[in-house]
Design a protein around this ligand. Structure first.
Ligand code: SIN
Length: 498
């Protein structure tokens, strides 16, 4: 169940079956689906598509393996995770090329993502050995309270296309550390990275049945597992709408649920910010993966006294991006993942312009002229040029929608209270950013931002060793950090008679 794909200058042998019970198999119907090269819009490989029957078989494997896996030693699980870390690092080039091919993302970003994903394996290899219990004397001094932890049991992980490796690593690594078995449904658009990782996990020594990976062209084929109460946890990263729908299903069986949903991150540049620094960090917050990131800066709120200089700075830097196929040397911005995503971004920008925004760079005209300006780009690819808009107002659709593209939309404010009100005026609360040189004032602003993650004077906050997650409608639970492991463990209290 392998095929060879050409990615950049490399031929890479990739599994194209379903990973179940420690083997790659064709699946019960023998059906497949196509994976597309985002830079040409052409299919380049067929991957097995899991059916409902396959999902049930995968759950049988996960359930069968659960008891023995839960009884494995922390050291065994830690060593497997550390080997997984080493293997992912050793295969960085293959994993990055595969992502750049199926997702379109520029190679430097993909390489960064592989490093980021690998760190989850390293971190949780350490956390596996740090699971603690507790021994307490109750206030009345009678008896003892003992707590210990048990793996929650089989997990279903549904992961997005924008981080095809790291989002799986962030769920699989703590599941392994805790002693849970897991079934992963990778995104339909990016199954190759997931399957390649699955093979590395087998090589790292993950026992049969502990990790299953089920690509499918129909997500419903997998989500039926939420009806089975032998499944004990749902972890989902993706859109708010789908996440909330799946979570309500999981709730019917009182499953543990972690959700990482959409965001609408404000990036606030206070009056006392260093503009050069703010420009650099704004680009870091916006342009990773061509803006297709849940924590990407979505609303750039700039003090009116700095707006002109900030706009000039971001236009200059955004103009330096080199667009092209993600696997090509020298490219710094690939196409978007699909025609649908590209059209969504284009519609948001068109709408903003109609509502009164000014195009400072890129935008509708640049998109229309793309064929002439960039004859080297395949016209069937899902291109959208780096775009800067100024004069955006809080009520514009673009300011209330996750853009998921290389569009930096600037609003202005005149005082910090107004900035805070605009920043928090959203049902979402995943990430938020603030730049300012007066530390106490900037920190006080940061503390009032309604988000699960707040970055001060920096545009990058993702870190396997830190708790990732949102407040309000951006999610439930945390991934990574010390907190990430707890999501896969139940606490058991033993009441001891004295
Ligand atoms: C996401 O976009 O969902 C994840 C971003 C990250 O982990 O940095």
């Amino acid at each position: 169940m392998h095929t060879v794909v050409r990615a950049g200058q490399r031929d890479i042998s990739v599994p194209v079956g379903l990973l179940m019970g420690g083997r790659f198999v064709a699946g019960s119907s023998g059906e497949t689906f196509s994976v597309f090269d985002a830079s040409t819009g052409q299919p380049f490989v067929e991957v097995a598509s899991a059916t409902e029957e396959d999902a049930r078989t995968a759950l049988e494997h996960a359930v069968a393996a659960q008891e023995e896996w839960a009884a494995s030693t922390p050291m065994e699980r830690s060593e497997i995770l550390y080997r997984a870390f080493e293997l992912v690092k050793q295969h960085t080039e293959e994993l990055a090329l595969l992502q750049s091919l199926e997702l379109g993302r520029a190679l430097p970003d993909s390489t960064g993502e592989v490093g980021y994903g690998a760190e989850y394996f390293r971190w949780f290899s350490q956390q596996a050995m740090a699971i603690r219990g507790d021994y307490r004397v109750p206030p009345a001094g009678v008896g003892r309270i003992i707590t210990h932890h048990r793996p929650v049991g089989p997990v279903l992980a549904i992961t997005p296309w924008n981080f095809p490796l790291a989002m799986i690593a962030r769920k699989v690594a703590p599941a392994i550390a805790a002693g849970c078995t897991i079934i992963v449904k990778p995104a339909q658009m990016t199954p190759l990275t997931a399957l390649y990782l699955g093979e590395l996990l087998q090589e790292a020594g993950v026992p049969e049945g502990v990790v299953q990976i089920l690509p499918t062209k129909s997500a419903k084929n997998i989500s039926v597992l939420l009806d089975d109460d032998r499944l004990r946890k749902l972890t989902f990263t993706g859109s708010t709408e789908v996440g909330q729908m799946l979570a309500s299903k999981a709730m019917e069986k009182s499953m543990r649920t972690s959700l990482e949903l959409g965001g609408n991150a404000p990036f606030v540049v206070l009056e006392h910010a260093d503009v050069d620094k703010a420009v650099t960090e704004a680009l870091a917050a916006k342009m990773r993966g061509a803006g297709q990131v849940c924590v990407a800066g979505n609303r750039f709120l700039v003090h009116e006294s700095l707006a002109e200089e900030f706009t000039r700075g971001v236009v200059a830097k955004m103009g330096e991006y080199v667009m092209g196929p993600g696997t090509r040397e020298g490219v710094t911005m690939g196409p978007l993942v699909s025609a649908e995503e590209r059209d969504k971004v284009a519609a948001l920008v068109d709408g903003a312009v109609k509502e009164g925004a000014t195009v400072e760079l890129g935008g509708p005209e640049a998109l229309a002229a793309l064929g002439e300006e960039h004859p080297e780009l395949d016209p069937q690819g899902y291109w959208y040029p780096a775009t800067v808009l100024s004069g955006v107002m809080p009520e514009f659709e673009i300011a209330n929608t996750e853009i998921f593209g290389p569009v930096l939309a600037i609003q202005t404010f005149s005082d910090e209270d107004e900035a805070l009100r605009i920043a928090n005026d959203t049902p979402f609360g995943l990430a938020a950013y603030v730049c300012g040189e007066k530390l106490a004032r900037t920190m006080s602003f940061a503390e009032k931002m309604q988000a699960g993650m707040v970055a001060v004077n920096r545009g990058a906050l993702s870190d396997a060793t830190a708790p990732f997650g949102g407040v309000k409608q951006s999610g439930i639970g945390r991934e990574g950090g010390f907190e990430g492991l707890g999501e896969y463990l139940d606490t058991v209290y033993i009441a001891l008679e004295s």
